[in-house]
Ligand binder design. Structure first.
Ligand SMILES: Cc1cc2nc3c(=O)[nH]c(=O)nc-3n(C[C@H](O)[C@H](O)[C@H](O)COP(=O)(O)O)c2cc1C
Length: 401
């Protein structure tokens, strides 16, 4: 058992990233797709308030879930879009207010690929697939070759408007994770086959993003320790991937797992007691010197302290816990060690947990979380109704899929 003061010391130490940037402590608000953009890819005032709350709440780094460089393949119609005609002034306001008190704010650069929101896209992954009810088109070599530039352009824009870093999303079954997964990636060209070949596009994206933003700007990546799906990315593959990432210029590797493939287990729907990925991180530590962040299942300060003390991880990612208490970092760092009470749900319909937390994010953004009393089915309904409205805006703004 580690003493409270030791835990505070472990959490409160700064972390220098390979690019030279510093995180002021070890507590990271992991990416959550907040569905709070305006349906045309631009930030809303509510969204800005949400990230400002986390910054004021003491996090070292807050990551904005699923920001798209290409509006044709969003995860949700509430995603931000970083493109040539983005509303730069509101993006600047988001970057500025989300980085108060020395917090870093990084957009998570995504592309949903085969899991793009079908109401506003034509889902397209590494390979054309038809599995049960699930279907997607496949990418040509030229489509794949354009990806590094797409991510690099979004990263440049992030830097220009004042974000303090970027994270490349290569986890949870979205496009780069699909490339890594033998389940989605059936290609037999240079981008498919062995783990080296499946990871080729990931390395190309990192290299191009790095060239665009320069050596001093933080570039992180989120990966799966495994897809937790038969035929998907295995832990052995993921360890090889970490060894490959060690030879790139990434600054922080966030370890997660699971996918949002229909019917599969997503990290968010995991109700088992955590934390989930510290053991994998300990193995990853053997093959990389790049700082590691484990995310998933952390609920108490003791768990965070133990993970940091074990040296398996350099930082800890918190998602649901940070929704339940956006001032958690300051509370833990000042010794108010109470862990937020997690809600208990009798039965959990698919997607229910994600929808519930997403609607609570909206309440946090509007400052009325104390009146938030929504059951899982109502959360799903509210979430879907809002997405439907936003999809209409999206189609108007970006055209028919
Ligand atoms: C509402 C919600 C939205 C999420 N959206 C994203 C996302 O956009 N990108 C991502 O990498 N992870 C996303 N996640 C997953 C979290 O970052 C995290 O990996 C997962 O919730 C496990 O951490 P936790 O146990 O601290 O919640 C989301 C989680 C929640 C609850």
């Amino acid at each position: 058992m580690i003493e409270g003061t030791d835990i505070r010391h472990l959490m409160g130490r700064s972390l220098e990233l390979p690019c030279g940037a510093e995180l002021k402590n070890r507590l990271v608000k992991s990416a959550m797709s907040d569905s709070l953009a305006d349906g045309e890819g631009n930030p809303t005032e509510a969204q800005i308030r949400l990230y400002e709350r986390w910054a004021k709440g003491g996090v070292a780094l807050s990551i904005i879930g699923e920001v798209q460089g290409d509006p044709r393949f969003p995860e949700k119609p509430g995603n931000l879009v970083f493109s040539a005609d983005s509303d730069l002034l509101t993006l600047q306001a988001l970057a500025r207010r989300a980085s108060v008190e020395g917090a870093h704010i990084w957009p998570q650069l995504g592309h949903a690929g085969a899991l793009s929101h079908s109401a506003i896209s034509r889902p397209t992954g590494p390979s054309a697939l038809q599995i049960g009810d699930f279907a997607c088109a496949g990418m040509s070599v030229s489509d794949v070759e354009q990806l590094p530039q797409l991510y690099a352009r979004a990263a440049m824009l992030a830097k220009e408007v004042g974000f303090t870093g970027v994270q490349i999303h290569a986890g949870h079954g979205f496009l780069l994770s699909q490339f890594l997964s033998p389940l989605f990636n059936r290609r037999n060209d240079q981008y498919g086959g062995s783990i080296e070949a499946r990871a080729r596009i990931v390395v190309e994206v990192i290299d191009r993003v790095r060239r665009a933003v320069g050596p001093r700007f933080p570039v992180g990546i989120k990966i799966n320790s495994s897809d937790q799906l038969e035929g998907g990315l295995t832990e052995a593959d993921a360890l090889e991937l970490v060894a490959m990432l060690d030879r790139t210029s990434v600054d922080l590797i966030e370890v997660s797992g699971g996918t949002y493939f229909p019917g599969a287990k997503a990290c968010t729907d995991n109700v088992a007691s955590g934390p989930y990925f510290v053991d994998f991180s300990a193995r990853a530590k053997q093959v990389t010197c790049i700082p590691l962040q484990a995310t998933g299942g952390f609920k108490t300060g003791d768990q965070v302290g133990a993970a940091l003390a074990s040296r398996a991880v350099d930082a800890v990612g918190l998602a649901r816990t940070m929704v339940l208490n956006p001032a958690l970092a300051n509370d833990w760092l000042s010794g108010q060690a109470a862990a937020p009470a997690f809600p208990r749900f009798e039965t959990v319909p698919p997607g229910g947990i994600t929808a519930w937390y997403t609607m609570l994010l909206t309440a946090l953004a509007n400052g009325n979380e104390s009146r938030f009393e929504v059951d899982l089915s109502s959360a799903i309904r509210l979430y879907e109704e809002r997405d439907e409205m936003r999809s209409a805006n999206w189609r108007e703004r970006f055209g028919q899929a």
